[in-house]
Design a protein around this ligand. Structure first.
Ligand code: HEM
Length: 391
């Protein structure tokens, strides 16, 4: 917020608490009689900080910082009482909140510290007061309004700065996730390519069929890696998927072919006859299916049965992946789709989070049911192509 904006906001808050020229006059009349009490208030302020580690821990700059803090505080109190309550005053008040975010001070300590300063000021006022009781009450009320306005200003700045910092941190975390996601998605195809390249370089008397098979496998996995990069480079801001009809049968077949599940895993692909095409971005959804299939493989330690069923449910299609693996403990079930949460000894825990992000972007659902020791079922629900769309 610029200086004009800060002043406009302050004026708005002043009108809220009913601050006027009489309030200013009453408080300004205190500047001189209360001045001798201010060092005592600062000592009390600092003593209390020392008694509370969560407050004192933010003072990392030693005695010089403590001196600066005490100087800042006394200056702050003098300006509070003397005014004028103009733009320069408001801008200085705003900076306090920003400085507190910078040093990592919890805002509640400003609130409670202000409570002590308020009590100290009112106590000093009571001791020096010469006028009648009604004027004393009016003066206390004016002082209260001014302190509350100052606190509101500090809090405003604190929140704005805090929010800005959190956004920055979230952006950084998103970049980290993208980098982790790229690594996760590329490792698999790169390993296949490496194995085939090794074969081609080292196999003696390889038959032309074998050479052809490995070259095709390399080509296929270069495409898988390329698709993964395309989808993942946009993970934080996944492109809104174009809902284009695609055959679930072809898509799942392709994924199963590229995943090369071990022979000891029986795979059953059971799509209901007449299953309509799904609507979505087949490149993104291949990543979803690939992740679910790899998860099933890992949960079964290379041996068991993977059943992939597809059926129509109202205007949607649901694809169900059921494995006979270890299952997921109940306490982990709620968290497995969170980024960077993995139950595997190896693995970054991004696969399922990415799958969920992609399905969410399709306005679909990804749900899991699991029984510890018996296996898990993941269900992906997507929009189906309607009859009108296909005609
Ligand atoms: C009534 C509550 C408080 C007020 C009015 C207040 C006021 C101020 C002011 C005016 C500054 C200087 C800002 C600038 O550099 O422009 C400041 C800085 C600072 N405040 Fe507060 N403060 C309050 C509470 C606290 C509390 C409870 C702590 C606890 C440790 C604290 C720690 C600090 C520190 C460490 C600095 C930075 C000092 C420096 O490095 O120069 N403040 N505060």
């Amino acid at each position: 917020m610029d200086a004009d904006g800060l002043l406009a906001r302050y004026r708005e808050l002043q009108s809220y608490v009913g601050w006027d020229a009489d309030d200013a006059r009453r408080v300004q009349a205190l500047a001189s009689p209360l001045d001798s009490f201010l060092p005592g208030l600062i000592d009390d302020f600092y003593r209390e900080i020392q008694r509370h580690p969560a407050a004192s821990n933010v003072i990392t700059g030693g005695d010089r910082q403590i001196d600066r803090l005490k100087q800042s505080l006394i200056q702050w109190l003098r300006e509070l009482l003397a005014g004028p309550y103009d733009q320069a005053y408001v801008v200085r008040r705003w900076r306090v909140g920003m400085r507190h975010v910078e040093i990592g001070l919890d805002q509640v300590y400003t609130n409670v510290a202000l409570s002590r300063l308020r009590n100290g000021l009112i106590g000093a006022l009571g001791r020096t007061w010469q006028g009648d009781q009604l004027s004393l009450i009016e003066t206390i009320q004016s002082l209260d309004k001014l302190l509350d306005l100052d606190l509101a200003k500090i809090e405003d700045a604190y929140q704005a700065e805090h929010l800005e910092r959190r956004r920055r941190d979230e952006r950084l975390a998103a970049i980290g996730q993208i980098a982790g996601g790229v690594a996760h998605e590329l490792r698999n195809p790169l390993n296949v390519i490496k194995t085939s390249a090794y074969y081609l370089l080292n196999a003696r008397n390889a038959s032309p069929e074998k050479v052809g098979e490995h070259l095709r496998r390399i080509e296929q996995h270069v495409t898988v890696a390329d698709d993964a990069i395309t989808a993942l480079s946009n993970f934080a801001k996944l492109p809104h998927p174009q809902l284009i009809p695609f055959s679930l049968h072809d898509c799942l077949r392709q994924v199963l072919e590229t995943e090369h599940l071990p022979a000891a895993i029986d795979v059953e692909l059971d799509l209901a006859p007449g299953l309509p095409a799904a609507l979505g971005d087949a490149n993104q959804l291949r990543i979803v299916f690939g992740n679910l299939i790899r998860n099933a493989r890992d949960a079964m330690s290379g041996q068991g049965r993977l059943t992939i069923r597809g059926q129509q449910l109202d205007d949607d299609v649901e694809i169900e992946f059921t494995d006979t693996g270890t299952g997921i403990p109940a306490d982990k079930l709620l968290r497995i789709m969170e980024p960077l949460y993995s139950t595997k000894a190896r693995g970054l825990g991004l696969g399922l989070a990415l799958a969920k992000a992609i399905v969410d972007k399709h306005e679909g659902t990804l749900r899991v049911q699991s029984e510890w020791g018996r296996g898990s079922t993941f269900r992906v629900r997507l929009k189906a192509q309607t009859n009108e769309q296909s005609s």
